[in-house]
Write a protein that binds this ligand. Structure first.
Ligand code: COA
Length: 487
């Protein structure tokens, strides 16, 4: 994002090697607003446009969308790393700062290959560089300050106040680099809970998802999709690119905050919709209405009812007795009702006033789905899908992770990718779910702990040999030596 080549370097830091420093800093340090030059103007509809002319390079060869953006990645666990991984996939240079000797705690969590980084870590940290820095050590702070000067965005998801306790206050950062965008994930926004530490399921519970998930007669349920962590990381990424875009006009950075509670609530938006609809009467599309069960004063759990107003349910398919995923989501959408009747062998339901209208069907939905299930149980979920889609009836086979991992079409689109890793070998990961035609994603393995420490010190920050020896000698980049018990 920072203007390349022609921007002036900031003040030279002590201990930086001249050529490398100049090159590295010049690349990123512009504090100016990027102004389009007149020569970039082209003619659009006969009028002069301030936009550059379209690139003549073929799609996919014009560089990556976020080329030139450098991220100081202070994230850990899942929410923050999800965000910075996306930015890296779009071409940003993501430098992950990790605690010496330990690194992101997920490196050692849920380990499946002894001695190798866990899948938890590898699947959330592709395309990044890793540098180890003790952020509380004076020499570590020296390196961090240089990184702040040369990066566009600092992303963090520490516990509330942790960044300040490191001395990296907004004022400090902004003084060093007024263009810096500081993006944070926290559990809660400002308010009574702002100091709380938060993990995925805490957010699912406080964001309204758990109270509205599960069956009416059962307890609240969390979902397996990580809407609190990965969901908030996605929200944060959008905030960051928006702030980068705004910076092209204002020339200054800003704070971007995504609270996990807010991110989950945003995804549970339809349930707050239903909360307000309750005032106008029962929620007729909820199966509890058809079953004659009164509503309370809060949006209830709705089992597998569809959230969009069209009755839907999960039905058994052939083999359900032994296969836990031999099921399909079936929607009795009004426009395809007649086709459903033909398919399941109930043609009279098309004209029978007891079945022909959505309103007439509401009290009988349970029985109707039971009848449809009689039909789906005679076929595999894939056969049901084929027969339904042939007549435009949308259905969703319940795919197991095994089936997804083996799905050829997902491999072809790069949504499921095989990655090679030096200590763990080949593994599967989820690639970039967002496809840009002019910025294709090339998934690269996650970095080993501190793999790029020297590279960043020399090539990005331009420290000379003496400075590097001083910083390294201070212990700011390495784990404290373990004391020999025998000694
Ligand atoms: N060098 C030195 N210290 C470092 C460091 C480094 N490179 N990186 C982290 N630390 C320190 C922090 O400064 C902090 O120290 P402090 O408590 O003295 O200020 C300490 O490590 C612990 O950081 P913290 O963020 O509190 O980790 P935690 O393991 O106790 O808590 C979370 C983890 C996720 C609960 C917490 O970070 C959090 O609530 N984050 C915001 C919400 C979030 O993202 N949650 C979802 C995670 S997927």
């Amino acid at each position: 994002m920072a203007k390349k080549a022609k921007s002036k370097p900031t003040k030279k830091a002590a201990g930086r090697a001249k050529p490398a420093a100049k090159k590295a800093v010049a690349k990123r340090s512009s504090a100016k607003v990027v102004k389009l030059k007149p020569k970039m103007a082209s003619k659009k509809n006969g009028k002069k446009s301030m936009l550059p002319p379209p690139s003549k390079k073929p799609f996919g060869q014009a560089g990556k969308a976020l080329d030139g953006v450098r991220i100081l990645d202070f994230t850990h666990v899942q929410s923050g790393p999800t965000c910075t991984q996306l930015l890296a996939w779009f071409g940003a240079d993501v430098i992950k700062v990790e605690r010496p000797g330990i690194g992101d705690i997920t490196r050692g969590q849920l380990v499946d290959v002894k001695g190798a980084d866990s899948l938890y870590f590898t699947m959330l940290n592709h395309n990044k560089r890793s540098i180890t820095i003790d952020s509380k050590h004076p020499q570590g702070k020296r390196v961090l300050d240089e990184l702040i000067k040369t990066c566009d965005v600092l992303v963090e998801n520490f516990a509330p106040g942790a960044l300040d306790r490191m001395g990296l206050t907004w004022e400090h950062i902004h003084k060093l680099n007024p263009r810096m965008i500081v993006a944070s994930v926290k559990g809660f926004g400002p308010g009574p809970y702002e100091d709380c530490k938060v993990y995925e399921n805490v957010a699912q519970c406080t964001g309204g998802s758990a109270s509205t998930t599960g069956f009416r007669d059962g307890p609240p349920l969390v979902t397996g999709a990580q809407i609190g962590d990965s969901g908030t990381g996605l929200h944060l990424a959008l905030g960051i690119v928006s702030a980068l875009y705004q910076r092209t006009r204002t020339g200054r950075g800003q704070k971007v905050l995504c609270a996990m509670q807010d991110g989950v609530l945003n995804l549970a938006r339809v349930k707050l919709r239903d909360q307000q609809r309750l005032k106008a009467g029962p929620l007729t599309e909820y199966s509890q209405y058809g079953e004659g069960i009164p509503f309370g004063d809060a949006t209830p759990r709705a089992g597998n009812d569809s959230g969009g107003g069209q009755p839907g349910w999960i039905l058994k398919c052939k083999g359900w007795e032994t296969d836990p995923n031999a099921y399909i989501y079936f929607i009795t959408q009004a426009p395809v009702w007649e086709k459903i009747c033909d398919l399941i062998g109930e043609p009279t339901w098309k004209t029978d006033p007891e079945y022909s209208t959505p309103r007439a069907r509401l009290p009988k939905l349970k029985a109707i789905f039971a009848r449809i299930e009689d039909w789906t149980m005679t076929l595999s979920k894939f056969d049901v899908m084929e027969k339904c889609n042939a007549v435009d009836i949308p259905v969703g086979p319940i795919l197991s992770m095994k089936e997804i991992a083996e799905d050829e079409s997902l491999r072809k689109t790069g949504t499921v990718v095989e990655v090679d890793h030096p200590t763990r070998g080949k593994y599967l990961s989820v690639g970039n779910p967002i496809k840009l035609s002019d910025s294709p994603t090339d998934v690269q393995r996650s970095p080993l702990l501190g793999e790029h420490t020297d590279e960043v010190l020399i090539k990005v920050l331009g420290f000379d040999k003496k400075a590097i020896a001083e910083i390294k000698g201070s212990g700011a980049l390495s784990a404290p030596e373990k004391k020999d018990k025998a000694a």
